[in-house]
Design a protein around this ligand. Structure first.
Ligand code: FE
Length: 276
């Protein structure tokens, strides 16, 4: 779309992760939309305040533990990844991945820069191996005993749990997905979105808005959530049956727009910590 410029035939841009949507916004690929349907149905913390992008499905940033290391009371915190008790037992992907950038951006917002920086250094000290692979690879590494805890997006673990492939199913069976920060007084699990907005040079602007509005309908919310093992973004939308067993958690209230705003800072903190 950058290369196409004003000649781009795209009407709608759909992307995963608020950090990626912020990059699209930053690159001028999106235009603001005023829609009462979108602003009423999508909670304010899951969309751009200026209307350039909207969340249509939610995912949580979860901890995946080995059975042996899983917390007996089911309670865990992002801080656990930096705890010395997990020295040499943490698997994570690289720091330039947008999921990790959004995670550290969120933690920086919640904790402040100093604590977020200390956390990143603590995770580096706990790494079982240099960062490598994607979220699924982290889960497989936990299942294979290469580490005891990993950071992943919820839909990856759910995909394995729902898989008909015996190896995938076994990886889920050997691990435990824990939504962090669920204890009384804890801020709730970090949530991210897949979402989108109207393309900057949309040839069919009115229909682009209608399509985005359709994505907030009960029908589309169910399709999106079920197809990618995510959670609906629209307030009150029903979670599809297949995802419901994995949907019981309290989300953090943080506006996901923060993830983009703090992305450069997050990368700097990762670099300082030596998280490749
Ligand atoms: Fe993904």
């Amino acid at each position: 779309m950058k290369a196409e410029g004003p000649a781009s035939p795209a009407d709608v841009v759909l992307m995963a992760d608020a950090g990626a949507l912020w990059r699209a916004e930053d690159a001028g690929l999106l235009q603001p939309t005023q829609s009462a349907v979108l602003s009423e149905r999508i909670p304010a913390n899951l969309r751009d305040p200026a209307g350039r992008w909207f969340g249509f499905a939610r995912r949580a940033r979860v901890l995946v533990f080995s059975k042996a290391a899983a917390p007996p009371d089911g309670q865990a915190a992002y801080a656990d990844l930096a705890d010395p008790r997990f020295r040499g037992r943490v698997c994570v992907r690289s720091s330039d991945n947008v999921y990790n950038l959004s995670t550290l951006a969120a933690l920086t917002e919640q904790w402040g820069r100093d604590r977020a920086s200390a956390w990143a250094r603590g995770v580096v000290a706990n790494m079982a191996r240099p960062p490598q692979g994607g979220d699924i690879d982290q889960i497989r590494a936990v299942a294979a005993g290469q580490c005891d805890v990993a950071l992943a997006n919820s839909y990856y673990w759910i995909r394995l749990a729902r898989s008909q492939n015996p190896a995938d199913k076994a990886a889920a069976d050997r691990t435990v997905m824990v939504f962090p920060e669920q204890a009384d007084g804890a801020p709730g699990a970090l949530v991210n979105i897949s979402g989108g907005g109207v393309a900057a040079n949309a040839p069919n602007r009115a229909n682009a808005v209608r399509f985005l509005e359709y994505l907030t309908s009960p029908e589309a919310q169910a399709i999106l959530a079920e197809a990618n093992n995510e959670y609906p973004a629209v307030q009150g939308a029903e979670t599809p049956q297949a995802v419901r067993p994995y949907a019981d958690f309290r989300p953090a209230a943080l506006p996901v727009a923060v993830y983009g705003r703090r992305q450069a800072e997050a990368q700097a903190l990762f670099d300082e910590a030596g998280w490749r």
